[in-house]
Ligand binder design. Structure first.
Ligand code: LMR
Length: 329
């Protein structure tokens, strides 16, 4: 009921073309699924403040966090239909609509944060943003969160064999399914806002996510083990409704773009520190057994995930794959 009320509230701010000519307020409804104190939640807030400042209050960004307006499965449609103007899904969630996005989900694709930066800012990022145009949405930039880790019940994960018979929640990306299949685990694709309850009733035994998401969504309350594996990277693509964007005046566009690039730079610099802080909080809470993969275990995981590269190449072609290999040199 709560989310229905908010939807009504949101539609009363419906954007229409005349608003701009009348010089009244332009509203950007920004829906996302993460917590307010996560890297994305904080970036969205910061972006809203900067837009207000740079446009002298002409443009107002209304942030709807925690899936209160739309969740993973319906936010894409809501954006296309103009029910919201902006979303920032994980790149993994875009992979179900645009296959090339799968490249960012490859296990151990990014040896360090610099490689992630290069993918986002360089040729890979550019190609992916262009691919969004095929879906008639406008991709603006990539926002960082962090490396994914694994939480689960039943047994601590060490070797790839430990995954056998476990059931994991994944985001909707074929690569993530392949990744768990490669170690003989099964998966269900579930929205982020349904993950906690499905862990609680043990429909799923585990999930992969960044430390900030594990901490802010309290997965530690329903999970026994945390394995620090850094086996994949989770980040976002900021997308706007194409008609809305095309209807903005050059001055307004300029101000929003400036606010956005400052926010992108902010989240790039602060995402590591936010995840580190949440890691310290998790250790203090002491609710899960926390372990780090040894170099040997890491090598075994990498080896076990190898078939995922071949399968992905069959789905998305060689060109992007080659670009990812180059980052690993
Ligand atoms: C998820 O697991 O769905 C998340 O990582 C969501 C998010 O937006 O961070």
């Amino acid at each position: 009921f709560f989310s229905l009320d908010l939807r009504e509230l949101a539609s009363s701010y419906e954007y229409d073309d005349e608003q701009q000519t009348l010089n009244s307020k332009i509203v950007i409804r920004f829906s996302h699924v993460a917590a307010e104190n996560s890297p994305k939640g904080r970036a969205a807030r910061r972006f809203a403040d900067l837009v207000h400042e740079r446009t002298n209050g002409k443009v107002s960004v209304e942030v709807y966090p925690n899936s209160i307006l739309y969740h993973d499965q319906n936010q894409w449609q809501a954006l296309k239909e103009g029910k919201v103007e902006m979303i920032a899904p994980t790149t993994s969630k875009v992979a179900q609509h645009i296959p090339s996005f799968q490249v960012l989900d490859l296990p151990y694709a990014f040896p360090n944060h610099e490689a992630v930066d290069e993918a986002y800012k360089g040729e890979i990022g550019q190609a992916l943003l262009e691919d969004l145009e095929k879906e008639h949405v406008k991709g603006l930039t990539f926002w960082h969160n962090g490396y994914k880790q694994i939480t689960n019940n039943k047994l601590p994960l060490g070797t790839p064999e430990d995954f056998y018979r476990l059931h994991f929640r994944t985001m909707p990306s074929p690569v993530l399914e392949s990744q768990f299949q490669a170690v003989h685990a099964s998966t269900s694709t579930l929205p982020f806002n349904k993950t906690y309850e499905n862990l609680e009733v043990e429909f799923i035994n585990g999930q992969e996510n960044t430390i900030s998401n594990i901490y802010t969504k309290k997965f530690y309350e329903v999970q026994d083990y945390l394995t620090l594996s850094n086996h994949g990277y989770l980040g976002y693509v900021v997308i706007v409704n194409e008609d809305f964007w095309d209807g903005l005046s050059p001055e307004i566009l300029d101000a929003i773009n400036q606010a956005l690039s400052e926010t992108t730079e902010w989240v790039r610099r602060h995402s590591i520190e936010i995840n580190d802080q949440h890691m310290r909080n998790l250790r203090r809470l002491n609710q899960m057994t926390i372990q780090t993969l040894s170099p040997i275990q890491r090598a075994e995981w990498k080896q076990a995930f190898k078939p995922v590269y071949k399968e992905t190449e069959e789905r998305i072609g060689e060109e992007l794959m080659d670009k990812i290999y180059k980052l690993q040199d």
